[in-house]
Every structure is written in C-alpha cells, then in structure tokens.
Design a protein around this ligand. Sequence first.
Ligand SMILES: Cc1cc2nc3c(=O)[nH]c(=O)nc-3n(C[C@H](O)[C@H](O)[C@H](O)COP(=O)(O)OP(=O)(O)OC[C@H]3O[C@@H](n4cnc5c(N)ncnc54)[C@H](O)[C@@H]3O)c2cc1C
Length: 413
Amino acid sequence: MSKHTIVLGAGMVGVSVAWHLARRGRKVLLIDRREPGLETSFGNAGIIQREAFAPYPFPRDFKTILTVLPNRRIDIRYRPTGMVKAVGPLFQYWLNSFPERYRRIVPEYASIISMSTDEHDPMIQAAGAEDLVQKEGWLQLFRTRAGMAEGLEHGEESSSYGVQWDALDRPALESIQPGLSTAIIGAIHWQNSWTVASPGELVSRFANHAKTLGAEFQQGKLQSMQQQGEGWQVSTDQGNFEAEEVVVALGPWSQEHLAPLGYNFPLFVKRGYHMHYHQPEPQRLKYWIMDTETGFLLEPMKGGIRLTTGAELAKLDAPPAYKQLEAAEKAARELFAIGKRADETPWKGARPCLPDMKPIIGPAHKHKGLWLAFGHGHQGFTLGPPTGRLLAEQMDGEPTAIDVRPFRADRFG
Ligand SMILES: Cc1cc2nc3c(=O)[nH]c(=O)nc-3n(C[C@H](O)[C@H](O)[C@H](O)COP(=O)(O)OP(=O)(O)OC[C@H]3O[C@@H](n4cnc5c(N)ncnc54)[C@H](O)[C@@H]3O)c2cc1C
C-alpha cells in the first residue's frame, strides 16, 4: 500500500529521497523553508565525485597540524569557538583517521561512491538536465614533485574501486587546459567524474521532476515533529502536516531538529565559501580545476568562474569571515587569469559532517516510521541520488543495492 511520507529538507539529499519515493508510488510531501536546492546543495563545487573513494581524514601527522595552528593556511581554517563546540566530534574524527580505522572506512565509503554517476544518470535524463552536466572529468593540479607523487599513489589505489584517471605532464595538461600558471607541473585527470554547471539548478530540476511523479512541495519552516498514534505530525510556520513516515534530510540542520526526540548525533560542520568571477577572454577555463597544494577549486559555472574554498571549522551560525576566501582569491589570480568579482557578497555554506566520515542513511533507532539521511560531508552533491535509492529500498523493506550497515544511525548509540 502506498504510504504517505513527509521528506524534510529539499537539498540534493532530500530531493533525491523524494524522487525515489515518488517513483515508487508513495504519496510524498517535500518540505523546506526555501525553494529546493538553495542551501549547501546550491553553493558547492558541482562535482559528481566518482573519484572520491576515500573520504577526507583529519590531518594526523604532527608537521601538518603545526602548519594549521597559525590559522593562515588556505585549505583549512578554524575559529576557536567552533573548535570548542565540536571538540567531541572532532576528537572522534581524529581517532577514526588513525590508519587502522581509516583503512576499514575507505571500502565502505567507496561502495556508495561507486553508485554515484550511475544513480545520477537516470535522474539527469528524466529531468532533462543534460545541458547542465559535463562528462569530461576534472583536473587535480600539482605544483611539486612530491605532491604529484602522492597524487599518483592515490590514483593507483583508486583504480581498484573503478575510478578512471590519467596522469598528465605539463605539455599534456597545456594541450587540454591552456593558460595555467607555469608553477603547475602536472595534473591528474579524474576521467569518470562529472561536473555540473549550476548545482542548485540541478537540484531544482530534480525536484520539478519529482513533482511530475506526484510529489508535492510545501514551503515552510519546520518547528517540531512528534509521533502521533501510528504516524507523525510535522509542525511548520505554515501549518501542521501529517504522514505515516517522516524522513529527516535537513543537512547541517538535522541534529538540531532531532535533539528534542532524544538523539545526539555528533554532527559538526566544515564551512566553505564561494565567489564568482568573470571568464577571461580569450583564454577560457574549460575544466574544473583544483589547486591541490594550495587548497581551493575553480569551476567554470553558468554564472562565471566559481572559486570554492576548503574547510572552515566554525559554528554553523557564526558570522562569515572572508580572510580564507581572500587568500584563495589571491592564489587563484596567480593560477589563472580570472576576471573581476561577479557577486556582491560571497556565498557561505556548511558541509554536514560525521566523525567517521560516512553519512547516516536508514531508520532512526528510537522511533518507528522515522528515517534519516544526512551527514554527507564533502560529497553530499555526489551522494544524494545513491542515498535516495538506498533509503527508499530500506523503507520498502527490499534488499539494498549495497550493504547499508556501515551507514546505520545506531552506530552512534
Ligand atoms: C564549498 C563547498 C564545496 C562542495 N563541493 C562539493 C562537490 O563538488 N561535490 C559534492 O558531492 N559535494 C560538495 N560539497 C558538499 C555538498 O554540498 C553537501 O554535502 C550537500 O549539499 C549536502 O546536501 P543536503 O541535502 O544534505 O543539505 P542541504 O543542501 O543544506 O539541504 C538541507 C535543506 O534543509 C532545509 N532546512 C534547514 N532547516 C530547515 C527548517 N527549519 N525548516 C525547513 N527546511 C529546513 C534547508 O533550507 C536546505 O534546503 C561541497 C560543500 C561546500 C560547502
């Protein structure tokens, strides 16, 4: 029988869940305080990261930690208040990054990453969004031999997880992406990853297609959710809504709405910023590029070249601090001749992270009819569609495409 289901949060994750449930004939109500795809899923780098078989570990060697401490690096910054707030999760993250634990996490993470392009594909086609997607991979650039050697080692390991890649020396790189600083000595071309020229628009098109499958969308700010008899009542500033089952896909805001129900998931955030720049003429940026050793990306988006920053460990609601973006912009101008700024103010967002680097995708263990899909960290744009499929399979009591035990909520007690 078709169950009435409310999905809370219309980012890439919630929209993908709604899409899958609607396709299976469920009566779906998707709720968000904004239109779909306007928060974290809007401002990211837009890479469907088929290559990301290994999640980002906490830096473990003493030398790296010492270089982070002065807070001047471009790839990572921190604010003391943010560190204090997240001290427990960050300590767990550090422990999970020990080689022995990390080695167990990588194949689990790789199993869901391996579904990424295959699961995006039918959604992109159904939504008629092929015009937003480029299937030519992206370029990870290196400035030093040591960096490139590390990259190549990572590449070798990635092959066993179905990642396709190629090593490019400087002339080979120049032939596909001219105009890069001479400081760049070579690159890895991650070939079977895809790039999206307007990430928020892709989410919005997926949401529109979910509507054609029967899903309804309600704009409203969630206030609370409570179990009511066999089902659930969701209260928003636009009224109350009832359903048999509820899915929480509120990205970085998930834990604050689950706390009143007695959950204490160690969710923390790594914030990031973006700014757009005018494309320079005649030398245009064609590929998504990462300046690996400096720690930022440049992406030729619809709205101009987007610069996205690395991680800022700060409280979710702390005011923005633009020094990291400014430092990245300075380095970006030396890397490639980007034009003038095209946005009035920088965009700020927050990657929703869990200490074992894996998302939660499955039932909430203390309540019947409550399902969870959040904590996708650095790769939620990539992992939305696989999450949608895996959650829908679990909700319908079917065998899942991959083993979902590594993503269970009760691993956090
Ligand atoms: C700078 C940067 C670059 C990134 N680059 C990439 C990349 O290239 N590839 C990749 O795979 N990932 C990338 N990511 C990570 C990715 O963007 C996130 O993991 C992903 O967007 C999370 O999706 P989500 O649906 O869980 O959260 P969101 O997109 O944030 O969706 C959560 C939704 O919940 C809604 N919400 C919150 N509170 C309420 C409330 N009270 N009532 C109603 N609705 C509410 C919000 O409005 C929002 O729409 C990047 C992130 C950043 C910051």
